[in-house]
Design a binder for this molecule. Structure first.
Ligand code: ZN
Length: 221
């Protein structure tokens, strides 16, 4: 997806979620008053001076779910990934404990246990954070500009140049799939075969490597 369409897509998701939570918040407030989920400023930790209805998280959670349903309905691919379902299940668990905690206090230890369980559900369903990527930098390897290091592929090509090692027609072995920048360097350096093990979320890189006719092999380690 081009940056422009990512920005407009993200903006519309943000605006719709904001409108829905804006509409739902008064209802959450009424529900909180009915259930007695009100925070009274009984100690110095509270910054508010008068009793405040809580349960606002319900409005945010419902707007999140409704926004997903709306965008899933308009998208060509209605299937939510396993990882995303894991996140939804974990988030629902956190919401339930949050509601109970708002109505009658839940001890910190229980809340921590539920948070660990919720995170474990997401991890069990394949959610692993192995990189942090700026969403608009979709082709440049995320935070690469803030990093003083180089990707291994770039370093290997530079070292070959430094030591006068010819790499035209060579095979490059890398742990993870190259990013777009590395893919361009691999193509231009005349490397003919790429062997990698792990995935990297950069489809443009694979597309460019394929178009350039480089032999791509993925191995299991
Ligand atoms: Zn790279």
């Amino acid at each position: 997806m081009e940056n422009q369409s990512i920005i407009s897509h993200m903006s519309s998701v943000f605006v719709i979620a904001m409108i829905i939570s804006y509409i739902l918040t008064p209802y959450a407030r009424r529900l909180a008053c009915r259930l007695g989920a009100i925070d009274v400023p009984k100690d110095n930790r509270r910054v508010h001076e008068k009793p405040i209805p809580i349960l606002g998280g319900i409005a945010i959670y419902v707007s999140f779910i409704v926004t997903i349903v709306i965008f899933a309905a308009f998208s060509k691919n209605m299937n939510l990934s396993r990882g995303f379902k894991g996140i939804l299940l974990g988030a629902t668990l956190i919401l339930v404990v949050g509601i109970v905690d708002d109505i009658k206090q839940v001890p910190a230890g229980y809340k921590l246990a539920v948070q660990i369980l919720a995170a474990s559900i997401a991890v069990y369903n394949g959610v692993i954070i192995n990189f942090i990527k700026f969403p608009l930098a979709n082709t440049e390897g995320g935070l690469v500009f803030l990093c003083r290091g180089l990707h291994a592929e770039q370093n290997a090509i530079i070292q070959a140049s430094l030591h006068g090692v010819k790499i035209e027609g060579a095979t490059i072995y890398v742990t993870a799939q190259p990013c777009s920048v590395c893919a361009k360097m691999i193509i231009n350096s005349g490397i003919k075969r790429l062997v990698y093990a792990g995935d990297y979320p950069d489809e443009l890189a694979i597309q460019m490597l394929r178009e350039s006719g480089i032999i791509i092999e993925k191995v299991m380690i």
